[in-house]
Design a protein around this ligand. Structure first.
Ligand code: ADP
Length: 398
């Protein structure tokens, strides 16, 4: 029997893959095809012999997956030797229907297609990825792992927006939440680090990457999260605004004669750090701030203030908190964000040890003092591993 899962993450012009040992999380081979459909595409494959890159036109997602299969054959590891147990797909929006991973069949593809209006930037590509993989791996079970699924345990008072009932009842307007695979992985790892069972731990998880989201996890179940109907709500992100007064779009439409699409685009693509500083990459903002740039300094403060506000809110939601957990690119690497976001919270039992926080490491670790009431942790996320585990569990339980 094999424990390897081929994990696929399909974007509108990219296809990322990783052949993961679901037991250990180790990736035997992985790669990324980018600029699919453009005049010049690029494919990088990492196997046992290191990394190989190819620049050539990649007309379709099917061509991208074929190139991946060929790269496994030429550069290893051979897919025949590894014997894949399942193909696991990252699917962004599963709506209210999917609270767990599910086997991919025609019905599931139809359901994910029906959800395209809720995730127009992501679900069409995810559907394409599932179709292509079913064609190229017709004999393997294929599993959809949804970004929204972990948050399907939110209670009604947390997922319901106070809007006309018909909006929610007829149009599915509610909080769904995203990054669920990461929040699930990180909260489990946090429990492991604390040497406790996940159902015995209350955690506030802060996923700070290009997209950013917070969640309150009670005993291993998500009970509140900052992203909403779409991934736009909540924390300040690389290019997304996070929370703004919902009246802002109407005001801009009236006063500036902007279209709804213009505003949607601006809030998703040219807001957040990008809107405040002209740079969406946190490292760049950090560099500007260190050089005395006032706009970058304000952006940093807005970013950290928003995180702190959510920590306070989720503390109140949970009542007791065992751990605050940082993850993803900024959360795992930026000691200054972790320190600033949690400063002054000693009365809540939250303290960050300056030296532990400053130490660079790729390992999951504690950055609060040993006697700190609330453990402050840094846990590197691994969504591929989580998708592999969930996919394998599902196919083994059939
Ligand atoms: P994604 O959400 O696309 O998976 P990541 O989790 O890789 O993104 O996070 C990307 C963000 O992490 C970027 O804003 C990047 O600047 C930031 N980041 C990466 N490394 C560091 C670092 N050493 N210090 C501060 N920020 C970092």
């Amino acid at each position: 029997m094999t424990d390897h899962v081929l994990v696929i993450n399909t974007g509108s012009s990219s296809l990322k893959y990783s052949l993961v040992d679901a037991r250990t999380g180790e990736a035997a081979g992985s790669g990324l095809a980018e600029r699919i459909g453009e005049s010049q595409g690029h494919h990088v494959h990492r196997g046992p012999d290191g990394e190989t890159g190819t620049t050539a036109k990649i007309p379709t997602h099917e061509d991208a997956l074929r190139a991946a299969i060929e790269a496994f054959e030429s550069h290893g590891p051979s897919l025949d030797d590894v014997e894949i147990a399942a193909v696991g797909h990252r699917v962004v929006h599963g709506g209210s229907r999917f609270g767990a991973p599910a086997l991919i069949d025609d019905d599931l593809i139809a359901a994910v297609t029906d959800l395209v209006p809720l995730a127009p930037l992501h679900n069409p590509a995810n559907v394409e990825g599932m179709k292509v993989a079913r064609r190229l791996f017709p004999d393997l079970p294929q599993v959809a792992v949804f970004d929204t699924a972990f948050h399907q345990t939110l209670p009604p008072h947390a997922y319901t927006y106070a809007v006309p009932r018909s909006w929610s009842e007829e149009h599915g307007i509610r909080r769904y939440g995203f990054h669920g695979t990461s929040h699930a992985f990180v909260s489990q790892e946090a429990a492991r680090l604390l040497d406790r069972e996940p159902d015995d731990v209350n955690a506030i998880v802060l996923h700070l990457g290009n997209g950013c989201s917070a969640s309150a996890v009670r005993g291993g179940r998500s009970v509140e999260t900052s992203m909403g109907l779409t991934p736009l709500e909540g924390l300040v992100m690389g290019t997304r605004s996070g929370d703004v007064d919902p009246a802002v779009p109407a005001y801009l439409m009236r006063e500036l004669d902007l279209s709804m699409d213009d505003i949607d685009q601006a809030l998703n693509k040219s807001s957040g750090l990008q809107g405040l500083t002209g740079e969406n990459d946190f490292r760049e903002v950090s560099r500007l701030r260190a050089g005395g740039d006032e706009r970058a300094a304000l952006a940093f403060d807005v970013y950290c203030h928003r995180i702190r506000k959510y920590v306070g809110a989720y503390y109140a939601v949970l009542g007791t908190v065992d751990a605050v957990v940082f993850t993803a690119g900024v959360g795992e690497n930026s000691a200054e964000v972790r320190a600033a976001a949690l400063s002054g919270l000693q009365r809540l039992g939250i303290t960050v040890d300056e030296n532990l926080n400053a130490a660079q490491s790729k390992e999951a670790r504690r950055i609060s003092p040993d006697d700190g009431e609330v453990a402050v942790l840094v846990v590197p996320t691994n969504e591929e591993w989580q998708i592999a585990r969930e996919s394998l569990n599902l196919v083994r339980s059939r």
